[in-house]
Design a binder for this molecule. Structure first.
Ligand SMILES: [Zn+2]
Ligand SMILES: [Zn+2]
Length: 276
């Protein structure tokens, strides 16, 4: 085909796609997932802007009203060098928060893209508890942007999503951490890190962690994970991924068993973390 003809074909396709999208929005107008106000029809899709915050705004615009989007809080410095929680101020280039000073977590370093509050909390709950799995489409790339921000290749050999117990997996139908990581848009030429499921498994169903303090969370999750094929993690640098870090008890316990199985390093990346 002549290149000009191909170009025309593509622009006609784009135009048809815009028209279809406008019709869909007119017939089924969308509401903000957080506050339920009607969203304005916005036919033109602008490419994501640079920077994590600007990218988040662009990608989440089809799901949230402008007010709720403004309530997203990306995590910024100063943060604890170990667990990544934000701090009011830190001493030296490697500041540590009080819980990490008191007892060093089993993981080496944890980071998250956003604070778990406001509209981001709504998004995560929609994804996890209301089955809105299509939200992984905008959220996965935001998590990938945080990965690129905090890890320079070849810092990680293997990515492990935090597993659910098989009963929970059956009830929910999906593992949200895996859904998110599957949507990472690896760029051409970017070293693609393999995702490994089934090596780290949850052998014990635990009571919900909500409402428990740090110590109780650690006790509740203790012994809940096992490594199925230690040879696959021995000597390797691992990145655990999860949707939300609350106190770090769950990922800490995962890291502990992975290191027991010989992992060289265990880092953690979450979409969001609870900050004090
Ligand atoms: Zn809203
Ligand atoms: Zn810390």
């Amino acid at each position: 085909m002549h290149p000009r003809a191909a170009e025309c074909g593509r622009s006609a396709l784009r135009w048809a796609a815009c028209l279809l999208e406008a019709c869909r929005q007119a017939l089924f107008p969308a509401r903000c997932l957080a506050c339920r106000t009607w969203l304005e029809v916005e036919p033109a899709r602008t490419p994501p802007a640079a920077g994590l915050w600007a990218e988040a705004i662009t990608r989440l615009r089809p799901y949230f009203c402008p007010g709720c989007l403004q309530a997203l809080v990306p995590l910024e410095n100063p943060m604890c060098a170990c667990c990544g929680t934000t701090m009011s101020g830190g001493e030296g280039p490697q500041p540590l928060c009080a819980p990490c000073r008191e007892q060093a977590p089993a993981f080496d370093r944890a980071r998250a893209a956003f604070a778990y509050r406001g509209s981001l909390r709504e998004v995560v709950q929609c994804l996890k508890y209301r089955g809105r799995t299509q939200l992984a489409r905008p959220l996965g790339p935001l998590m990938h942007a945080a990965y690129r921000r905090f890890w320079q290749p070849p810092a990680v050999d293997l990515i492990l999503p935090v597993p659910l117990h098989r009963r929970r997996l059956r009830e929910r139908g999906f593992n949200q951490a895996l859904l998110l990581v599957r949507r990472w848009p690896w760029a051409a030429g970017e070293p693609r890190v393999p995702v490994e499921c089934g090596v780290l498994v949850r052998t014990r169903a635990t009571a919900p962690q909500a409402g428990l303090d740090r110590r109780a969370r650690r006790a509740n999750i203790s012994g809940a994970f096992a490594v199925r094929h230690p040879v696959r993690v021995a000597g390797r640098r691992l990145l655990l991924v999860d949707d939300v870090i609350t106190t770090g008890a769950t990922v800490g316990e995962c890291a502990r068993v992975l290191k027991q199985s010989g992992a060289a390093a265990v880092d953690v990346l979450a979409l969001a973390r609870v900050v004090r």
